[in-house]
Design a protein around this ligand. Structure first.
Ligand SMILES: [Zn+2]
Length: 428
């Protein structure tokens, strides 16, 4: 019987993916992420295009002709989660010199694998900020064409950076004459690189404003792009309808990036009070990846990270968490981003507990990964909430995420655009 039901569920799931019929989901509980209210016995109805047409009490729900609601009456529904800082085409095994042996086509295959893992973990949208050879564009397009499973993706292509900086490749000596494809020095070459990146399919621009942890020969706290270069990049990207995400650990780089008009600061590790005030004044989103510190310190050496990288993480990891708490309490805008790829994909939700440990209430952390992330990505009316007009991107968990956020680490049901990609609640 169990086998039979499993087969039925699989066939059902496949047919939903393939045909795109209207349908409905009945939720025992449903979290309104905007208000923080937990609602009881709600039904979400969606059309053949996978767009939500109504959300309300089950007693008054009007189901499409011939449809029966998927029964999640024992579960809590939330909108699909959003991670605004992932590297789907990278794995934590590709560190240090091992990275040089990974080809661009191989990276694309890795991306397809991790897209599926990420979607099945409940993340129905990601913003991918940095990949080689436009592999992220290929993965995004493969997902959109229905050829591979994965979240909705907004992708940056290769990240822009200075010669010898965090976004260059500094492992090879000069006789190899190698530089990373996103390297562009000076305002006009940086503008040209923005244009090139957009030409090949980027939805946003990623830059390296300061040094980083996992790169060779630089320091996280030191500036790399100048204010003048970043101003040119932001202006060019915005002119072309693209936002800019800046990797910035360093105090000065964070402030320069905000003043330049960059849309989000990634890592934000060494932000000071002036930086916090500037972020509030400019409406800049701060993204703090405060889970992966644990992974780097515990697993980094085994995962082939350079000894200097581990030392750098030791210096800034705790400070980043303290500054996360301070920035949140100061009222800056925050979006959920984890740097998945530094740690294994699919573990994205492990960051929620860290955000609560460092000062957020569960609803704040959930809002960072839903409505706030949707706003930063530029799809506030499409993702991040279960509301009419949004995509039917819905996940379900057992238990109450408002009292224990760790339930998000084991998502039981995943729907994207009305198609089911995981259902551990059926076939029991
Ligand atoms: Zn990153």
């Amino acid at each position: 019987m169990r086998y039979f039901l499993t087969v039925l569920v699989c066939v059902f799931a496949f047919s939903r993916v393939a045909t795109g019929a209207p349908g409905a989901v009945r939720c025992g509980k449903l979290l309104d992420v905007r208000s923080g209210q937990m609602l009881s016995d709600q039904t979400v109805v969606f059309d053949a295009a996978g767009t939500i047409t109504s959300v309300g009490p089950t007693s008054s729900a009007k189901l499409p002709a011939g449809a029966t609601a998927i029964d999640l009456s024992n579960a809590t529904c939330l909108p699909g989660l959003i991670d605004v800082h992932t590297h789907l085409t990278g794995d934590p095994t590709g560190n240090g010199y091992a990275r040089l042996g990974i080809s661009v086509p191989r990276e694309a295959i890795t991306g397809a694998k991790n897209a599926r893992l990420t979607l099945r973990a409940g993340f129905t949208t990601v913003r991918n900020v940095g990949a080689s050879g436009y592999t992220d564009v290929a993965v995004r397009d493969g997902i959109d064409a229905g050829e591979i499973e994965g979240p909705r993706m907004r992708v940056s292509g290769p990240p822009l950076g200075i010669t010898g900086g965090h976004c260059d490749e500094n492992l090879l000596p000069s006789e190899f004459h190698y530089k990373a494809e996103g390297v562009a020095d000076g305002p006009w070459l940086a503008r040209a690189k923005v244009r090139e990146t957009v030409k090949y399919g980027a939805d946003l621009i990623k830059i390296c404003a300061s040094g980083g942890v996992l790169s060779k020969g630089d320091l996280p706290g030191t500036p790399q792009y100048t204010l003048e270069e970043m101003t040119a990049i932001a202006e060019e990207a915005h002119k072309l309808g693209r936002k800019v995400a800046a990797h910035a650990h360093g105090t000065q780089s964070i402030k320069d990036a905000i003043r330049a008009g960059i849309d989000s600061i990634e890592h934000s590790s060494l932000i000071d009070d002036e930086g916090i005030a500037l972020a509030k004044q400019h409406g800049t989103y701060l993204v703090f990846d405060i889970y992966n510190d644990d992974y780097i310190l515990q697993e980094g050496a085994k995962a082939g990270m350079l000894p200097e990288s581990i030392e750098k993480e030791k210096k800034i990891g705790r400070q980043q968490r303290e500054n996360f708490r301070h920035a949140f309490q100061s009222g800056t805008k925050m979006a959920f981003g984890t740097d998945a790829g530094v740690y294994p994909h699919g573990d994205n939700a492990k960051q929620f507990a860290k955000m609560v440990e460092w000062g957020m209430k569960p609803i704040d952390a959930i809002q960072a990964a839903t409505v706030n992330a949707a706003d930063l990505i530029g799809w506030p009316d499409k993702i991040g909430a279960l509301e009419t007009g949004h995509y039917a991107d819905l996940i379900a968990v057992s238990g109450d995420p408002l009292s224990d956020l760790r339930v998000l680490e084991s998502v039981k049901f995943v729907m994207k655009g009305g198609a089911i990609f995981r259902n551990d609640l059926a076939a029991k």
